[in-house]
Design a protein around this ligand. Sequence first.
Ligand SMILES: [Zn+2]
Length: 215
Amino acid sequence: MTEDEARQQLVDGMRALDARGLNRGTSGNLSVRFASGMFVTPSGVTPDRLTSDLMVFVDSDGSVAPGAARPSSEWQMHMGIYQRRADVNAVVHCHARHSTILACAHREIPPLHYMVAVSGGASVPVAPYATFGSEELAEGVVRTLDGRLACLMANHGLIALGPNMPMAMAIAEEIEEQAAVYCGTLAIGGPKLLGDDEMARILKAFGRYGQRLND
Ligand SMILES: [Zn+2]
């Protein structure tokens, strides 16, 4: 991937989040791994005003080129993931409504539907609350992910990872859908959950599914 492609992926990704109703205004941020660091979306720019030259390269030591825009306040969370997850090349963070509703109630998404397994686990856990942009939040999210591709963030939102941006976006969109389905089932007495054995079978099958999506 060239630098221009990396920058453009972030512009397209932020607009796609907005267009799909997964995010609003200046909340949410995206990154892609690049060279020894990452490109991340800038802080406080609405999707309609984003241009590729505003995307910020942050090196592994946290340094930013002089004159660059201010990186997203959550850049440490993105960097912490790249430094501890060799399988991840793209990160999507957004405040999608149903995911955020569950996150505010500190309720994980249980194994209510086979598509929950796109998260890489039988359920989607909730990372502990910490102030936005803090190192504590970054550490809690990395710890909660524990090899998965998605988790909720208490009183905050959703984070999804992938080997590339299209996969990370698809996972974010699917987890938001599962969050919406779960909220719906809670209104009619709660879901009947799939068993551990069935989720293990689905996760095994999704290893191949993930590969295909990635092709
Ligand atoms: Zn956020």
